[in-house]
Design a protein around this ligand. Structure first.
Ligand code: 6GU
Length: 235
């Protein structure tokens, strides 16, 4: 898989993508992540990538030309299945979206900035608009980092424990059950007996029940989705 990220502040992406699982996945060749500095595609001597809005009012708007130049260049080199724009008014980013994106070959993420981008970019170049939540960030870089992290960890081989990504919270629309490690008792705080029993069947039942209880308590909205998905797959 290849992910191209277009940013006016590429340094913001260095650290989030330079460590741990994402870094290892890049080193092992599971994913190629290429960060492009949008200013390199500016044609004016100040390397600017924004301008005043026609509508007046505050804030700057990202201009078409540098963005079109980089996207056109990338598209001439390979086929992209999605060209994503990160924006607070985009579609909500969920595990389902991450799952789907992790199956693609080539992906562009354009990081939004300032007051927004010229609408014609969205109309003619962008195939998917994504928001990571109902709050406003100063720029799309952190959102892009969130997306790349959640996509890369799904790639086969990215996580050493292969079943682990499949048992995440949200993966089956349930929150994950609690986990414990040694010691079995600390300051009188005990690991549930069932986990020490060695009875795989009972442990599996316990995990599901814990997942259901936690989800019912913390995210009842997920449970409704979970039940409607289950009844659909039963049909
Ligand atoms: Cl994708 N970008 C920005 N700038 N703010 C956001 C966002 C994205 N998602 C939530 N807030």
């Amino acid at each position: 898989m290849r992910i191209d990220i277009i940013s006016a502040v590429p340094d913001l992406l260095q650290s989030p993508l330079g460590h741990s699982i994402v870094h290892r996945a890049v080193k092992n060749g599971l994913v190629e992540i290429v960060v492009h500095d949008l200013r390199d595609y500016s044609t004016n001597k100040y390397k600017s990538v924004d301008d005043y809005p026609y509508s007046g009012g505050g804030g700057m708007v990202m201009t078409i030309e540098p963005i079109d130049r980089i996207i056109t260049k990338l598209k001439s080199e390979r086929t992209y299945q999605e060209i994503i724009f990160t924006t607070p008014d985009g579609d909500r980013y969920t595990q389902n979206v991450a799952n789907r994106l992790s199956c693609l070959n080539n992906l562009i993420i354009l990081c939004g900035h300032y007051k927004g981008i010229d609408q014609r970019i969205r109309d003619h170049l962008i195939t998917l608009e994504i928001s990571i939540g109902d709050y406003v960030l100063t720029g799309g870089e952190l959102a892009a980092a969130v997306m790349v992290d959640s996509i890369v960890r799904l790639l086969p081989g990215a996580i050493s424990d292969e079943v682990s990504a499949l048992t995440d919270s949200f993966q089956d629309l349930l929150l994950a059950p609690p986990v414990y490690t040694r010691p079995a008792e600390y300051k009188g705080w005990k690991v549930p007996d069932i986990l020490l029993s060695g009875n795989d069947r009972q442990i599996a039942d316990w995990k599901l029940e814990q997942a259901m209880t936690r989800t019912r308590r913390l995210r009842p909205d997920l449970l409704e989705d979970h039940e409607s998905t289950r009844s659909q797959s039963d049909e």
